[in-house]
Ligand binder design. Structure first.
Ligand code: PMP
Length: 408
């Protein structure tokens, strides 16, 4: 029997002499072997709604896998807004925005999200992924240079794939400065792209310092704050709010699928650049616009200001959980958000821990290569405002057992 333990998804992207069906057949063998060993714990089927406790395989488990940071997917007013919108408009937009699929509710959403981030205009995409990948494909040209932090999301990397790009070591200011200095004056556009809160480590960017470097060397800056929105900043506007960098950041991207409890993505910026995207970005132009149920996003945006206690509760939970994990002496790195990675290192050990946690009633995610580097496998947990102290205590107890069982 072949041992697949040291293989990863990447190994099946290209196999000399095979076509897609040949690769798929080999991947299927790898998949079945790893699932049978409890080492591929993805796509678990949940049979209840998003929340702090969910039903998986007929069992109630504490869920640490959602990015529904403020619990708005279950908020009665958010749900009602979607129901009302469907009653008024029906279920679909029926067309792409340029040719009949642009409704008053899209205008309202655009204005609302632009205003939330104190920018002039906003464009909405079908997903947060597309907001990054599509807008970058439209903004960049072959003469430009994009400078990426190593921790940015795959969607950003995909948007930059066919352009000149330099990836700098995560949050390493000396590396940023070195790269910017070399590039200064050599490209029509130098665009630095960072996250506000990084999705796998939960740490934040040194935004003020990066902004200063961008100014010094003539670069523009784009911030994806998908995980900072609703979590960081005194009113949930993310890292840019914490740093009061509204006028220093050229583009902000993000998603409606996390704190805003729906699906979709946005890019906000100046009127000109956003209008340009609306007419030039193919994935926006030629793809159907958001469904009426997206009106729930408006309510979610309003609730961040109207019901600040959700953020307060989230912060209390973050603080409680961080203290508990630190007391167990687990390696959670430098997280400053609702994302808690426990670094395990070895991917097989990581997968087994994930599986054992599930058996003990805790649903967390295993993060392996290629999402993180080969030796950096970790269990990733996300905390929400809806978790109760009893849920967090149970998770901490499970970690206490796991630590002994797996010699962490
Ligand atoms: N940016 C970051 C930092 C993300 O973590 C994600 C997804 N987790 C996205 C963008 C894409 O957002 P979506 O899942 O809404 O497409």
């Amino acid at each position: 029997m072949k041992n697949y333990d040291n293989q990863s998804f990447r190994d099946f992207e290209y196999i000399p002499g095979t076509d897609a069906w040949g690769r798929a057949a080999q991947f299927q063998n790898y998949h079945d072997d790893q699932v049978a060993k409890g080492q591929l714990n993805y796509r678990l089927m949940t049979t209840s709604g998003c929340g702090p406790v969910v039903e998986v395989a007929g069992k109630q488990v504490i869920s640490l896998v959602s990015n529904d940071y403020l619990g708005f997917t279950q908020h009665p007013a958010v749900k009602q807004a979607a129901i009302d919108a469907i009653s008024k408009y029906g279920t679909g937009a029926g067309a792409s925005p340029a040719i009949g699929g642009h409704y008053d509710y899209h205008e309202i959403m655009e204005r609302k999200i632009a205003g939330f981030f104190r920018k002039e205009h906003a464009i909405i995409y079908t997903t947060g992924y597309t907001a990054n990948s599509a807008s970058l494909q439209c903004i960049l040209t072959k003469n430009d240079l994009v400078i990426l932090d190593a921790g940015v999301h795959t969607s950003v990397m995909e948007g930059c794939q066919q352009f000149n790009r330099k990836t700098v070591k995560h949050n390493d200011l000396a590396a940023y400065e070195h790269t910017l200095k070399l590039a200064q004056g050599k490209h029509p556009l130098i665009l630095v792209i960072i996250d506000g809160v990084y999705s796998q480590d939960g740490d934040i960017a040194p935004l003020k310092e990066i902004v200063a470097l961008c100014k010094k060397y003539g670069a523009k800056i784009m911030v994806d704050d998908a995980h900072g929105t609703g979590v960081v900043g005194s009113t949930g506007r993310g890292l840019i709010e914490t740093c009061d960098a509204w006028d220093d950041v050229d583009l902000i991207s993000g998603t409606f699928s996390k704190t805003f409890g729906h699906i979709g993505g946005y890019v906000v910026g100046s009127k000109d650049i956003i209008t340009y995207l609306k007419y030039q970005s193919k994935q926006h132009l030629f793809s159907a616009s958001s469904t009426p149920a997206a009106l729930s996003i408006i309510k979610a945006i309003e609730l961040i200001d109207e019901e600040p206690f959700w953020m307060t509760k989230l912060q209390e939970n973050i603080c409680y959980f961080k203290t508990g994990l630190s007391a167990l002496d687990l390696n959670i790195g430098n997280t400053q958000s609702a994302i808690f990675p426990v670094r395990v290192g070895d991917k097989i050990k990581n997968a087994r821990i994930c599986h054992t946690m599930q058996e003990m009633g805790v649903y967390a995610n295993q993060i392996n290569y290629p999402a993180v580097s080969m030796k950096d496998a970790r269990i990733r947990m996300g905390i929400t405002a809806l978790h109760e102290q009893s849920h967090l205590d149970k998770v901490l107890n499970v970690w206490s057992d796991i630590k002994k069982q797996f010699d962490l």
